[in-house]
Design a protein around this ligand. Structure first.
Ligand code: IMP
Ligand code: MG
Length: 396
């Protein structure tokens, strides 16, 4: 039995979803412990692309249970859209998706607040405008609403009226009532005590994957504050978000691309522009999967990776998108903040499935990272498809 946390080292969009999907072949349960529809986890299986925002990336394997735990902030419209697309694609969802009664509900006024703030504040964060930040603010202010409360619509509506008295914007109560009605219809069939479910799975010696969202440098406590998301994106956050004790976690895997990207405002170490950046953006399709915004491009930066290792303590790393860098002057910012450039590789790597068949120049780049960060790279992806994955050691 193994429990594995998958966390992003940097600014998200590194391929957590695809690695979770790949590793779900063996896992019995996949758990999302935090954030909500701000996340976009892209999976490609047999040429078909699936973008998941709230549902865990294990859903395409019919044997996995998928858990939306209490650290999450959930939107019913996004959820029902995700579910119907999965059902349309022939994926069975009944008895496979479990939603925590204690997860928070994103309200229409959260989305309004998020949008308004982005429009009018001087310090624009560049949020995804999904209302996730304002939802967590209300959670911390103890005036948020939990999914379980939807079982009593009259009481929740009265409480909403009280909460709205202290907000400045005027809301349409009829619309709110129908939103709550829809949220109840959408979520209640899936609601359960998810912490209990997860701990029972661990007791039964099931392999469990925890899929964190966003990235270490977007974490509310450890990221590039204030340019961060509003929830925990580091490995430790999985314990509070899912309700499992730290001693029950066996492994932590840090995911990153072979280069760096960031969507939204805030510092991006190693950021650069020009022809190579444009090529990376184009070949790597570096546009936000939720917002469609262009992602900024940077080289990896050893100090950021060491920092991510410090706050997450990885057992190993998973690296994606080497195929994007084929033929390019691959570079990295070293520990002294100087730029090092590697000899490019030119071979087509998309069909390689053994580590020792990868081009020597690519391996030199990986080995440099392993030595500088002090962690082994255990998984390498060479293309967007599930099977374009090289596993150097068993994870489960
Ligand atoms: P929010 O999470 O929508 O409040 O946005 C806060 C910051 O986190 C912005 O810079 C977003 O672009 C970024 N962000 C949120 N979710 C993701 C994600 O899934 N991938 C990458 N960046 C994200
Ligand atoms: Mg993403």
């Amino acid at each position: 039995m193994t429990t594995v946390v998958i966390v992003d080292n940097l600014f998200g969009d590194s391929g957590k979803g695809r690695f979770v999907d790949y590793l779900s072949k063996k896992a019995k349960m996949v758990v999302r412990s935090g954030s909500g529809p701000n996340a976009g986890h892209t999976l490609v299986v047999n040429g078909k692309k699936t973008v998941l925002r709230q549902i865990p990336s294990g859903i395409l394997h019919s044997h996995t249970k998928c858990v939306l735990a209490q650290g999450m902030a959930l939107n019913p419209n996004v959820f029902s859209d995700e579910v119907s697309k999965l059902v349309e694609a022939g994926v069975k969802v009944n008895d496979r998706i479990f939603v925590s009664d204690a997860a928070h509900l994103i309200m229409p006024y959260h989305i309004e607040e998020d949008k308004k703030r982005e429009e009018f504040s001087e310090n624009k964060i560049g949020t995804t405008k999904n209302g996730v930040g304002p939802c967590y603010e209300d959670k911390m202010a103890r005036c948020g609403f939990r999914i379980g409360e939807l079982s009593d619509l009259d009481t929740i509506m009265n409480k909403v009226r009280m909460v709205l008295k202290r907000k400045t914007t005027v809301y349409d109560y009829t619309l709110l009532a129908s939103y709550l009605h829809l949220a109840a219809k959408t979520f209640l069939p899936f609601v359960t005590d998810t912490s209990k479910l997860i701990n029972q799975a661990i007791d039964s010696k099931d392999d469990v994957l925890f899929e964190n969202a966003q990235g270490t440098l977007l974490d509310i406590d450890h990221g590039t504050y204030p340019f961060v998301t509003s929830s925990s994106a580091v490995a430790g956050g999985v314990c509070t978000g899912a309700g499992v004790g730290p001693t029950r976690i066996n492994k932590v895997i840090g995911v990153m691309k072979a280069y760096n990207t960031r969507v939204g405002s805030g510092p991006l170490p190693g950021e650069f522009q020009g022809e190579t950046a444009d090529k990376i953006a184009e070949i790597g399709n570096e546009v936000g999967s939720v917002t469609g915004r262009a992602r900024r491009i940077g080289w990896l930066d050893i100090n950021s990776l060491r920092y991510a290792h410090r706050v997450n303590h990885f057992d190993s790393l998973a690296m994606a998108k080497f195929d994007v860098l084929t033929g390019l002057p691959v570079s990295i910012i070293n520990e002294n903040n100087a730029l090092i450039t590697f000899e490019p590789w030119h071979e087509d790597i998309s069909k390689i499935r053994e580590y020792n068949q990868l081009p020597k120049n690519l391996c030199k780049f990986i080995e440099y990272i392993e030595q500088s960060v002090g962690v082994r790279v255990s998984i390498v992806s060479v293309g967007p498809e599930r099977e374009q994955t090289i596993l150097r050691e068993e994870i489960f």
